[in-house]
Every structure is written in C-alpha cells, then in structure tokens.
Ligand binder design. Structure first.
Ligand code: HEM
Length: 306
C-alpha cells in the first residue's frame, strides 16, 4: 500500500475509535494508564541475536505504561471491557535510532489479520451501539470473522496485579545480528510473580482503581520483574498475521529482565509520552506491515490528546 493510503487507513481507524468511545482528549485506545520507571538488563544471548543497542549495553533505563483497554479514561479496572490490559515499554538506549518501543497487550493474538480488517471491525462496532437493531453489524461481522469472535469472547478475567499478567507484542519483527543472520520473532513479557487472575468473588470486592493502587504498594517492597522472551518463528509461520498465535512449541529465548522500580514522579506529564510501535533501532526491523500503520495511528491519536 502507498504511504497516503496507509495514512488514510490509520486516520480512519483513530476517527472510528473516537466515535466508539467518545472524545476525551485521551488516548483513542488504552486511555487509562499508569507510568512507571526502572531498568532493563539484557541476557548474554540477546546481543548474539540482534546488535541493537538495547541488547548490547550492560543495562538501559526503561519507561513502562500499564493500561486498561478502551478509550475511556475512567473505566473501572474490574470492568470486562478493560481487557486486554496493555504494557508499553520504552528502552532508553541512547536516543533516536537506538531507543526501542514495544507496545504489548495481555492476549496472545489480535482480532484482525491486517489493519484494513481492523478498520472494518471498528466500523462494525461503531454501528452497533445501544439501540442498533438485531442482528447488529457487529453480530454479522463476528459470524464471519472467527479470530475477532475469539478475541472478544475469550479474554482472561482481570489480573490480580499488572505484575501478574503476561503481555504479548503480537506483531512479528526481525532481529539482525549485524553479520547478516536474521531471526523472525514475537515479543512477550512474562511476569516473574507468575500469572494470577481474579476469581469472580474477589473481583466484586475491588475498587475501580485497584490495579494502580496495588502496583504502587507492590513496588514499595520489591521491584516488579518481567522476563522478556522472544518466540522464534519457524518456516511457514505467518509474519504478517497477528490474529494467529504461533505454536507454543516454538523456541523461546530469554533476552533479558525488566525491573520496574518506581512511579514516574509527575503522572500528568509522564502520561503524555507517545509510544511508537514502529520506533525500532538499528538491529530490529518490522516484519509485520501492521506496525507501520499502528505507528501512524498512535501519532494521530497523540495529537488529539495534547
Ligand atoms: C491496526 C492495529 C492497531 C491500531 C490502529 C491501534 C491503535 C491504537 C491507538 C490509536 C492507540 C492510542 C495511542 C496514543 O494515543 O498514544 C493505541 C494504544 C495502544 N495499543 Fe493499539 N492499535 C493497534 C494494534 C494494537 C496491537 C496489536 C496491540 C498489542 C500488541 C495494541 C496495544 C495497544 C496498547 C497497549 C496501547 C497503549 C499504549 C500506551 O500506553 O501509550 N494495539 N492503539
């Protein structure tokens, strides 16, 4: 696709998201979040897979934003629509061309194979609000798009903590070791505390902001840690379709440890950060074209939230 049609598609999706969730001068998606800081220590193997600065320095500072889904800045953390949760990470590895952003969520997949298909889903959602006659446009869409139906109906319960959910980068990228060896991978952040989700009973006892309250309490005693693992593609694995998870039998390589230590001091200022799914350093390139359109969409959304 040409740059113009990519930009148009990104603009269309952001506009439709705003039609679905309303205009809040906030992120068009994952509007409610909390910004934290810490550092990343790469494993020895990381720099052999990609010569990106993030993997070859001893340690790099990180900014992390955990979030709830939807464009509603006040959604209750206990609300089922708040899934998937988000985890966006900036690796500060020396500035433009060296820094890396990864924007991941708590579901190993995506409702749509391509950005075009995602736009169609958003349009179906926008046409299916309260009062829409049955079957709604969304009912019809889901009947012919099983991956979207699975995404919308099989989310896990809310996590006990942002520190007890696993997060998936979903869109494939290619690592380059600087000597011509290329490895196609998908990112995931695996919580050192294990994965734990709320029981139905526990969920009724928690307040609308329990996740941000909990993570602040947790960091007061110890850093919150995640292993960053990459799932390595094998021949035949689709690089350009995030709606299909690769088999769990694929090799997982641990590329390092994220240690999240403190709340960013000024949350209002910190929340202005613009994560770019296409902010990739030398040594990592996009394998999935969705990353480029995501990058434009996030930029457009950030302009509406200034
Ligand atoms: C065509 C596909 C997609 C589009 C158009 C899209 C669009 C957006 C937009 C407009 C925002 C708000 C950005 C901002 O204001 O800074 C956003 C945020 C977000 N999206 Fe997506 N998205 C897509 C795919 C995905 C995928 C595949 C994931 C997960 C792997 C994801 C996870 C997130 C998260 C976690 C945030 C919050 C980022 C933050 O904390 O700043 N999105 N998305």
């Amino acid at each position: 696709m040409s740059k113009e049609s990519d930009d148009q598609l990104a603009g269309d999706i952001v506009g439709t998201m705003r039609a679905v969730f309303g205009k809040h001068r906030a992120r068009a998606a994952h509007a409610k979040g909390i910004v934290l800081e810490g550092h990343f220590t790469p494993s020895e193997e990381a720099c052999t897979l990609s010569d990106a600065a993030v993997f070859c320095l001893p340690s790099v500072p990180i900014t992390v934003r955990f979030s709830d889904f939807t464009g509603l800045p006040d959604i209750a953390d206990t609300d089922g629509n708040a899934d998937p949760r988000g985890m966006a990470v900036r690796f500060h590895a020396g500035g433009e061309g060296r820094d890396l952003d990864i924007v991941a969520h708590s579901f190993n997949g995506f409702p749509s194979a391509t950005a075009q298909e995602f736009a169609e889903l958003m349009h179906a959602l926008a046409a299916s609000g309260a009062g829409a006659s049955k079957p709604t446009a969304l009912d019809t869409y889901l009947a012919s798009h099983p991956a979207a139906k699975t995404f919308l109906t099989t989310q896990k319960p809310p996590p006990e903590s942002f520190a007890t959910a696993a997060f998936f980068g979903v869109n494939a990228v290619t690592f380059d070791d600087g000597a011509g060896r290329r490895t196609h991978v998908r990112h995931r952040f695996v919580p050192q505390a294990g994965e734990h989700y709320l029981t139905a009973t526990k969920r009724t006892t928690l307040g609308p902001d329990y996740l941000r309250e909990e993570i602040v309490r947790r960091m007061a005693t110890a850093p919150v840690e995640f292993e960053w693992k990459v799932q390595v593609a094998e021949a035949g694995d689709r690089l350009d379709d995030p709606s299909i998870a690769w088999p769990e039998s694929r090799r997982l390589v641990t590329v390092g440890l994220l240690s999240i230590e403190r709340l960013a001091a000024d949350q209002t200022a910190a929340d202005k950060i613009l994560f770019g799914p296409g902010r990739l350093p030398a040594g990592i390139t996009a394998a999935d074209p969705m990353l480029k359109i995501r990058d434009t969409a996030y930029f457009l959304s950030s302009k509406d939230r200034q």
